[in-house]
Each structure stands twice: as structure tokens, then as C-alpha cells.
Design a protein around this ligand. Sequence first.
Ligand code: SF4
Ligand code: FES
Length: 257
Amino acid sequence: MNLVLMVWRQENQDAQGRLERIEAKHISPEMSFLEMLDVVNERLILQGQRPIAFDYDCREGICGMCGVVINGIPHGPRPGTTTCQLHMRHFHDGQIVVIEPFRAKPFPVLRDLIVDRGALDRIIAAGGYISAAAGSAPDGNAMPVAKPKADAAMDAAACIGCGACVAACPNASAALFVGAKLSHLGLLPQGQPERWTRADAMVATMDREGFGPCSNVTECSAVCPKEIDIGVIARMNRDRIGAIFLVARRSRPADTM
Ligand code: SF4
Ligand code: FES
């Protein structure tokens, strides 16, 4: 099939961007969206033109690198699907496909469809880990975890840090991402000692990086390729309140405790 792409072209972070009309010819419905871009790029290179810059790594839905906005929707029209796992059979011959980078102030466009998602890495660096001496592997039954908690932690751990939630949110909030990271650690016994300080540090870094507040629009969860539940944001807010109580208790004089 043949399609007409309207692709965001931008030389660098400081340049003015624009949508450019590029034809995608002889595209197989079995190709992935990124393979379609590969075919288009091969033709552009043969014609002596600059290929479309886009990001990817795994091409199997686990690294979070490939996200672009397709016809106004981060990761495109298929629910629960990353851009790299989207297939051309979900488009039709002659369709106009608008392809843009994720739009959010904390994600500056580096070139064409590539954005800098380093702000999410800095949120993780602020507390998205457990600072315990790992030692050797403990016995599997030494620390029992209730099945519902283990399931919820595993669901939250599915977040691949793609940033689609930020791109979909009118406030460019990273609350779903932060909520997912806090939930997958804070629901497990190993994550308890740093639960409150982790929430405090990660939320403060999210604010400092320029992400907006959550106002319950819920677009984030709707576009999330890992279908992270909006409830993780409530957990983030509860853990943040826990952090505030912890600071208040620590700052109280000893004889009033
Ligand atoms: S919560 Fe979903 S949309 Fe947001 S970064 Fe994680 S996987 Fe991507
Ligand atoms: S390239 Fe890794 S998730 Fe798409």
C-alpha cells in the first residue's frame, strides 16, 4: 500500500520545525511502523535527502525508546501497543499519517522525532531504587509477599519509561510514570525502609524538571502501552503525604513525641 506521511522535521533543538510531506510507497501491511520508516529512509538516502531521525532500541516493546505521536495519539491508534509493535495493517492504502515527536517542555526535541527523555532518568536517579546491600540470593520463601501485592507491584514494574503518559497529558505531568515506579518498589517489603523519602525525592525532582501537576484527565493511562493503572497516582499521593508526616515527626522536639 502507499501512504502520505506528514513528518515533523527539525534540524536540531534550536531550529524551527515543520511538517514535511513524504510519500511512503510499496509498504507491506506486515511491516511494523518502524520498518515502514526504514523503507522510507532508504529511499530518501538513495535520492540524496536527509533520512527521518527517529529513536529505537529493542523494537520489541520493552526499552521505551521508540515513541512518537501518530495522528495525534502517542504510540498511535492501537491500545496497549508501542510504536515499534504497531503494524501497518492497522492503516489503509492512501491514508495520510501525521508523525510528530512527543510534545512536552521537559522533553526537548533533539532532531525530527527524537526527544531528550533525560528528565525521566533524573527522576529515577533521585530515588527509583532500593539502596540495600544485595548479598547472595535469599531463600524464595524467606520474605512472604501477599499475592495481590506481588501482582500489583509486577503490573507497575511493567512501565518502560517511554514518556507517552507525559505527551498525552495536557499538563505534561509525569505522575503515571512516577506513580508506577513508586508502586513497584513501595508495595514490596524490600521497598519499605525508603518508601517515604523515595516518594518525596522523586516527586520533588518531577516538579523541578518542569512536569506539570496531575488534574485527573486520565489520558496518560489511556495511551500507556503497558496499560499502567491510574491508581498508581493515588498511591504516589498517599506516599507523598506519608513523607510529609515523616518530616513533621522528625522535626518535633523529642519530649513531645
Ligand atoms: S507509565 Fe506507561 S506511558 Fe508512562 S512512561 Fe510508563 S509505560 Fe510509558
Ligand atoms: S524500540 Fe524498544 S519499546 Fe519500541
